[in-house]
Design a protein around this ligand. Structure first.
Ligand code: HEC
Length: 236
């Protein structure tokens, strides 16, 4: 049961978020032609996080505080960051698995269609089979009941929630953002995403976390409504 103090702290957190989200919206301008970079970049970041690659570098990296109360991510030596290198196909494939098994419970990637993964991580036949595993709501019948069918290659990956209100209600009042372009939409790109996913820690003394709020030094302001989603396993 939330105490009064906790409720007040939560309200303050949610209020601060409204301001923060409108600031973040400025980052969200992206060029349509950079399509291929979107989910794939995120996937590579998520995969690296799961694999634990770079933890050492993360710890040793040049982290320095700025005026904003958060830590800047170090620059990681991404394989795809080279002039003559492309995205590492196996990393992207594993990243898609991670998205599917973990992140997709809360986050949509609604700008990504199954056919866009053809030639990246799937053959056409595999992408068709993958799409068919999903159920798509394709309009509503005369009784306002959803018409369902298996996914097709031209469909987008279905979202976990029907609308923003449902997403907020399921996540303590903060809707998980769509991740399609998040790599391009955040300062630091995949370095930031990697650091965010692996950077959860206890809050500094004196910082009280309202219910449903967690501490992550890489997140602007430090207080984030997403719980730690990935855990390092020394065996991988
Ligand atoms: C249980 C639900 C849940 C799961 C699972 C989850 N997230 Fe989140 N995520 C959230 C919520 C809620 C937010 C909004 C946090 C906020 O603004 O305080 C968020 C925010 C984010 C952000 C944006 C941070 C920013 O700078 O605004 C990224 C990136 C992200 N999540 C990536 C992931 C990835 C990758 C996974 C899977 C490995 C994942 N999330 C799993 C709920 C979840």
């Amino acid at each position: 049961m939330a105490t009064v103090a906790n409720r007040v702290a939560r309200q303050a957190f949610l209020k601060a978020k409204t301001v923060q989200n409108s600031t973040q919206a400025n980052f969200n301008t992206f060029n349509e032609s950079s399509k291929g970079v979107k989910i794939i970049g995120l996937l590579a970041g998520a995969t690296a996080a799961v694999g634990g690659v770079g933890t050492f570098i993360a710890l040793k990296g040049a982290v320095h505080a700025s005026d904003a109360p958060h830590v800047h991510p170090p620059a990681f030596p991404w394989y795809h960051g080279g002039y003559f290198t492309e995205l590492d196909e196996k990393s992207v494939r594993r990243g898609y698995q991670v998205y599917k098994q973990v992140c997709s419970a809360c986050h949509s990637v609604s700008q990504v269609r199954f056919r866009e993964m053809v030639g990246v991580i799937f053959t056409e036949a595999e992408a068709k089979a993958e799409a068919a595993e999903y159920t798509i709501i394709d309009g509503y019948d005369e009784n306002s009941q959803p018409v369902k069918r298996p996914g097709k290659i031209f469909d987008s990956i279905p979202s976990p929630y029907d609308n923003k209100i449902q997403a907020e209600n399921a996540n303590n009042g903060v809707a998980p953002p769509d991740l399609s372009y998040v790599v391009l939409g955040r300062e630091g790109g995949e370095d930031y995403i990697f650091s965010l996913l692996t950077g959860y820690c206890d809050p500094p003394s004196g910082v009280n976390l309202p219910e449903g709020v967690y501490y992550n030094p890489y997140f602007p302001g430090g207080l984030i409504a997403m719980a730690q989603a990935l855990y390092m396993k020394s065996s991988i």
